[in-house]
Write a new protein. Structure first.
Ligand code: BGC
Length: 443
């Protein structure tokens, strides 16, 4: 049996990621709680409810779990609607509670990374048009200022906005996220205002905290033409990649905002990230179809011969992470994998997915000098999966939603070994993900 150890860089951040609405519970004042109260918006009309019960204090036991399993970082988000329950009201108690939570991480030797916007918006903000309203970037900046003042004693790693492309596509083009619109015109305005909000937040954080490092969690999906010989497939693939992956990310590099059928210069967005936050889950093939209007003329499928997650949501394509990393490297910035993971209650596929993706991360770092500084697995424990409700299980730890019992999956120990040793070792792969062994260590 060949033996090898893939060593990661010194001071590497090894963590997991979560988001407020998905884990806190008792969120009743945001766009998602409202969405959950409408019929048929969420699979089987499920609700986040108590979620993982963090707002009632269970974050303590879950942070213990993260600490005991060798994680040295955690990415979590702040719920705008808790901090600012009404346009003219701030809730200092909520801010104090977030301080306590984040101090809880620091006291456990876990570096906090704070996301300021992760899909959910206050109801009052949505009532005045949400991110379609040109005032929202300024209101966001005010909220960010408040949070940064409250937390800067403990936090210097910030994500302003999680996945602006997913937020825009799902909320304003496909209609599966609130507010359920299908309007390219609205989508363009929303994306532009998210850019403006990010830019304002970036400068505001730096003014409040010189040593801060600020970025975006970009969702990058790797697209490939379904038929490599087909010029139409290539054309539609490039179009999808440009709109979905590049429109937001490239504006931060060159100030040229191009999305759907419009473009404009947003010069102030240039150089407003200190690291490139990358969320990578999967790769898809795109095939041109003149009839697929609702899919923007591109039919998506998973590459053949790939393992697919139980609800057909994610294909295990680790090479896609390598491609996404190489692409992120164009920014010239340090790269943080801010999310990567798979839904798999049986925890069988997850272990293969995890080691194979980390192998690609290591490959990019050691052979291509990709400046990778950390990896956050999605997620620490099962949590509320948006319009898919509780049907998908992304956690290293499982969760029984009714009893709040946590279930230790084998991936907990696999990931713990990796975090503790700062390496992916052949013995560990042999023990936890035998089927991936030959692929990673061909001998
Ligand atoms: C989102 C997470 C979500 C995960 C899995 C990401 O796009 O940032 O909130 O839970 O995907 O669906």
């Amino acid at each position: 049996m060949p033996k090898a150890t893939f060593q990661f860089p010194k001071n590497f951040l090894w963590g997991t990621a979560t988001s407020s609405h998905q884990v806190e519970g008792q969120n009743t004042n945001n766009s998602w709680s409202q969405w959950e109260n409408e019929a048929d918006r969420i699979l089987e009309n499920q609700k986040a409810g108590k979620a993982c019960d963090w707002w009632a204090g269970r974050w303590k036991e879950d942070f213990d779990r993260a600490q005991e399993s060798g994680q040295n970082a955690h990415r979590l988000s702040i719920e705008w609607s808790r901090v600012q329950p009404a346009r003219d009201r701030w809730d200092e108690n909520a801010l104090d509670y977030y301080r306590e939570m984040i101090r809880g991480l620091v006291n456990r030797g876990i570096t906090p990374m704070v996301t300021l916007h992760h899909f959910s918006d206050p109801i009052w903000l949505m009532e005045q048009g949400g991110w379609e309203n040109d005032d929202t970037p300024i209101l966001f900046e005010k909220y960010v200022y408040k949070v940064v003042q409250a937390l800067k004693e403990y936090v210097n790693l910030w994500v302003t906005i999680n996945e602006p492309n997913i937020y825009t596509y799902f909320g304003y083009l496909e209609g599966t996220f609130p507010p359920g619109k299908k309007s390219p015109k609205s989508a363009y305005i929303v994306m532009r205002n998210l850019l403006r909000g990010h830019t304002a937040a970036y400068h505001c954080i730096h003014r409040a905290q010189i040593e801060s490092r600020v970025g975006i969690a970009h969702h990058i999906q790797v697209f490939k033409p379904a038929r490599t010989w087909s010029p139409l497939d290539k054309w539609i693939t490039n179009l999808h990649a440009r709109n979905f992956n590049l429109s937001f990310a490239d504006t931060l590099i060159n100030g040229k905002f191009r999305f759907l059928f419009k473009s404009e210069k947003i010069k102030e967005a240039i150089n407003t990230q200190d690291f490139f936050g990358l969320n990578y889950y999967s790769t898809s093939l795109v095939r041109f179809s003149a009839l697929a209007f609702s899919e923007f003329l591109g039919k998506h499928s998973f590459p053949p011969d790939t393992e697919i997650s139980p609800s057909n949501f994610i294909a295990n394509v680790p090479e896609g992470l390598f491609t996404a990393l190489k692409w992120a490297q164009r920014s010239g910035l340090p790269i943080l994998v801010t999310e990567n993971g798979i839904e798999d209650a049986s925890d069988d596929l997850r272990r293969r997915y995890l080691v194979e993706h980390l192998n690609q991360l290591w490959r990019a770092y050691s052979f291509h000098n990709t400046p990778i500084i950390g990896y956050f697995h999605w997620s620490l424990l099962d949590n509320f999966e948006w319009e898919r409700g509780w049907s998908q299980r992304f956690g290293l730890w499982g969760l029984n939603v009714d009893t709040q019992q946590r279930i230790r999956r084998p991936s907990v120990d696999l990931y713990a070994e990796i975090c503790r040793t700062n390496a992916l070792d052949s013995d560990i792969v042999l023990k936890f993900a035998l089927q991936s062994f030959k692929k990673l260590f061909p001998g």
